[in-house]
Design a protein around this ligand. Structure first.
Ligand SMILES: Cc1cc2nc3c(=O)[nH]c(=O)nc-3n(C[C@H](O)[C@H](O)[C@H](O)COP(=O)(O)O)c2cc1C
Length: 179
């Protein structure tokens, strides 16, 4: 049994990325699964001056300790202007200051599945491509990804349609089979 941390990288109360993440989590059996919602780990914006005057936020230390406890990760992130949402990037920046800069998130190479959702047709895929390139540098072993575009066309009355449900199931199953 592996310990899997699911990470919701949106700071929206009604996040569609968290919805997608919860759907993905519901497909996992036989492993321990927990959720880290970045709204629960808010930090001031990183600056070298703030770091020098105030030190590192306790929340950054908690996040780093939590990452260390888990074997694998499923991260669902929105895309803001084609890139990583500022609050998620800020969390990474603070966590990276606590340890080995070559491994800002993970002390050892850990398997990661990337998800994204957006109301627009691209589904945040541009940011997922960026994360796929960046995350090995953060210590991750990116095993796969799934971007759900036109979210509200596919998610109706609290349910994904059959086609997208199957795609998500296949993605999660393939990821779990790598663990
Ligand atoms: C500042 C800003 C920039 C955005 N840029 C993009 C974008 O580049 N690509 C995209 O697909 N959606 C973009 N969106 C729309 C988000 O995908 C949308 O807000 C989505 O609901 C975010 O997911 P969440 O509900 O999990 O926060 C942007 C939204 C905001 C607020």
């Amino acid at each position: 049994m592996k310990k899997i941390l699911t990470v919701s990288a949106s700071n929206s109360k009604h996040s569609i990325n968290r919805t997608l993440l919860e759907l993905a989590s519901s497909k996992i059996e036989g492993h321990e699964v927990a959720l880290l919602d970045i709204r629960d780990y808010q930090m001031p914006f990183f600056s070298l001056d703030r770091e020098e005057s105030e030190g590192h936020p306790e929340t950054a230390k908690q996040v780093r300790a939590l990452f260390a406890e888990y074997d694998a990760f499923i991260i669902s992130s929105p895309e803001h202007n084609g890139s990583i949402p500022a609050e998620f990037k800020n969390l990474i920046d603070w966590v990276s200051r606590l340890g080995d800069l070559q491994n800002p998130m993970f002390a050892t190479k850990k398997p990661v599945l990337l998800l994204s959702a957006s109301p627009g047709p691209n589904g945040g895929a541009t940011n997922v491509q960026t994360l796929t390139k960046l995350m090995p540098w953060w210590g991750a072993d990116v095993k796969g990804s799934f971007s759900l575009g036109s979210f509200y066309d596919h998610f109706v009355d609290g349910k994904l349609n059959t086609e997208k449900e199957q795609e998500l199931t296949n993605t999660v199953t393939a990821f779990i089979n790598t663990l």
